[in-house]
Write a protein that binds this ligand. Structure first.
Ligand code: FPP
Length: 240
């Protein structure tokens, strides 16, 4: 494949609606969604994607009914155990972004364990956004930068895009080239607000539990046809 996106981010939307359509509870949708996470992760690795970031639980999702939050946390706990071999066998480096301190202790420990265990892998980065909010990430960065300014570690005039990047949760990842959102909604929902500045968007009506390798490939093919200008004009790109 030519012009493959290096970093793909996905808003995995539609689990609840998909489940309700079949008179099942929302957790049934999340369980099916977790299976799709495995399938798409393996496929992305297979076709040579270098980084995959998945929006698995937002800062705002804490306000869902407690039954659903609990169910999602259990699913996450299971996932972190059951996916260990998939991650290691596929040479994947695992990481998480978000306000991880809010997660149950046992999940925090599993994250640290899997992150350390896979830290030298270099086949693909798999990053889960958990308890994540884009605005919250930016505020956190601003707080840390302010502290470092006050302690004299950095001077305010040194603040630029690169420095700001280095204060974000995503400091070890390049910005996404392609963002996919399933289930027909066309919004960002507080995901990677800073990092999506020049990302190509791909929206698909299919709910996440029905999202397949074929759909993923359609998104990649759509990306490959696009011209990314980064604020320049077409002829300038040919000169680079
Ligand atoms: C959005 O669907 C999905 C979520 C809030 C959770 C995403 C979780 C998974 C895909 C499964 C668990 C993930 C891992 C990594 C184990 P929604 O519930 O907002 O659906 P709706 O818009 O139809 O209500």
């Amino acid at each position: 494949m030519k012009n493959l996106p290096s970093h793909v981010a996905i808003i995995m939307d539609g689990n609840g609606r998909w489940a309700n359509q079949q008179n099942k509870d929302r957790l049934f949708g999340h369980k099916q969604g977790a299976k799709v996470v495995r399938e798409i992760t393996e496929y992305a690795r297979e076709i040579g994607i270098k980084a995959l970031t998945l929006y698995a639980f937002s800062e705002q999702n804490w306000n869902r009914p407690q039954m659903e939050v609990k169910g999602l946390m259990n699913l996450l706990k299971e996932y972190l155990t059951s996916e260990k071999n998939t991650i290691l066998n596929n040479n994947i480096r695992f990481s998480c972004i978000g306000n991880l301190g809010k997660l149950p202790k046992i999940i925090q420990e599993s994250i640290v364990f899997l992150t350390n265990l896979s830290k030298n892998n270099d086949g693909m980065d798999l990053c889960l956004a958990l308890s994540y909010g884009g605005k919250e990430e930016i505020i956190d960065a601003v707080k840390k930068i302010s502290e470092d300014c006050m302690s004299g570690k950095i001077r305010p005039e040194k603040i630029n895009n690169e420095l700001f990047d280095s204060y974000l949760y995503t400091k070890n990842l390049p910005p996404p080239d392609l963002l996919i959102r399933t289930s027909g909604e066309r919004r960002i929902s507080n995901f990677l607000l800073w990092q999506l500045a020049y990302t190509e968007f791909y929206f698909i009506d299919v709910p996440w539990p029905q999202f397949s390798k074929e759909h993923f490939l359609m998104a990649i093919e759509s990306f490959e046809k696009r011209e990314r200008r980064f604020g320049l004009i077409s002829t300038q790109l040919k000169e680079i």
